[in-house]
Design a binder for this molecule. Structure first.
Ligand code: AQP
Length: 328
């Protein structure tokens, strides 16, 4: 069966962008694939995190994974730092990477901008991500469009290693959805919706209350043309709302555009908000039932054990190919 791997950083509650661009696909891909999903806490510390907050976020993210429909009987769910092979292969991948290619990564440039002291982990984030993926002989990596460049680097590093030391790694393909791969900020629809956006109106979090979701969508930036049509260049705000509406309701963008001919932005936004609330409500209900349950620790313990069994074999093969440690 094809192998799937992906992860989410426990930097806060995941956003609607994280869900529609990546996590929703984690659930559907469980059908007919071997799936491994990770809480990538070592990636999260590439920027400073409050220890109490990140501990809470790890727990909340585990509950959210189950609430959206990740089934621990079918998929492996674990915490990155609990499988040390990630950091170990991450180091090896750093040794295979070139400074120039790491410095060219858009995420590194964005996140290091304006900082006097840039954490080295921001630069070496992509080799760690490559390790995450390559440890499990992953065929397909469901991600949002912002991770495409890191995926391409992962492929380059894997090919470079295989060419030099022998065929150890499977070369993974990205799985980027045709709609939803880049959900935009509600306040500035030319930039992506992000957990870390300081503007409270920019981002919908998956656990936001109905009231907050309605308020944020009502205040979403649109334009003064008063016409509902899809045009990412000229009408980024309306197009973003159409994408969100389409993904939350299951209706196509074309269908929505015809249904809202001649209607105003007020009515449109009310309906978008209703669709988002309707989609998130059952997830939030499941999340509230899971958050205090002991099931979470059991799932994560079992997940770490299963992930380690696979990862340590790939790590050993990599070390043997390199000739490090003792060969047995
Ligand atoms: N706006 C987005 N639209 C679609 N997909 C998105 N993803 C992130 N933002 C969007 C995808 O969500 C997955 C998990 O993301 P992550 O937790 O690894 O962090 P990130 O990509 O750095 O996301 P954020 O929300 O922007 O976090 P901060 O603000 O902390 O940097 C990935 O597959 C990602 O592509």
């Amino acid at each position: 069966m094809p192998k799937i791997f992906s992860g989410v950083q426990p930097t806060s509650i995941p956003t609607l962008g994280n869900y529609l661009g990546a996590m929703k696909n984690f659930v559907t891909l469980q059908e007919g694939n071997d799936c491994i999903y990770c809480i990538v806490d070592e990636h999260a510390i590439t920027l400073p995190q409050d220890p109490v907050e990140i501990q809470k976020n790890i727990h909340n993210l585990a509950a959210l994974y189950l609430a959206i429909g990740i089934d621990p009987k079918r998929s492996i769910l674990f915490i990155q730092s609990e499988v040390p092979c990630h950091a170990q292969l991450g180091w090896i991948m750093q040794c295979v990477s070139y400074m120039g290619e790491l410095e060219r990564m858009t995420q590194y440039k964005d996140k290091s901008q304006g900082k006097n002291a840039i954490p080295a982990g921001l630069l070496t984030y992509p080799p760690l991500m490559a390790a995450d993926i390559l440890l499990y002989h992953t065929d397909l990596v469901p991600v949002g469009a912002d991770q495409k460049q890191h995926l391409e680097l992962t492929r380059d590093l894997a090919e470079r290693f295989n060419n030099k030391y022998g065929e150890v790694f499977t070369i993974p393909e990205p799985y980027i959805p045709p709609v939803g791969a880049r959900i935009m900020s509600l306040a500035e629809p030319t930039k992506k919706m992000s957990k870390s956006d300081k503007n409270k109106k920019a981002t919908i979090f998956t656990l936001d209350s109905e009231k907050d979701i309605i308020k944020k969508i009502k205040s979403a930036i649109t334009d003064d043309e008063a016409s509902i049509r899809y045009d990412r260049e000229q009408k980024p705000g309306v197009s973003n709302l159409l994408d969100i509406y389409s993904l939350c309701s299951g209706r196509s963008v074309d269908d929505l555009v015809s249904a809202y001919q001649g209607k105003g932005y007020g009515e449109f936004k009310t309906d978008v908000a209703e669709a988002v609330v309707g989609m998130l409500k059952p997830i939030q209900e499941k999340y509230n039932n899971l958050i205090e349950s002991s099931e979470l620790d059991e799932v994560l313990d079992e997940g770490a054990e299963k992930a380690y069994a696979i990862a340590r074999k790939t790590l050993k093969d990599t070390e043997q190919a390199l000739g490090i440690g003792r060969i047995n």
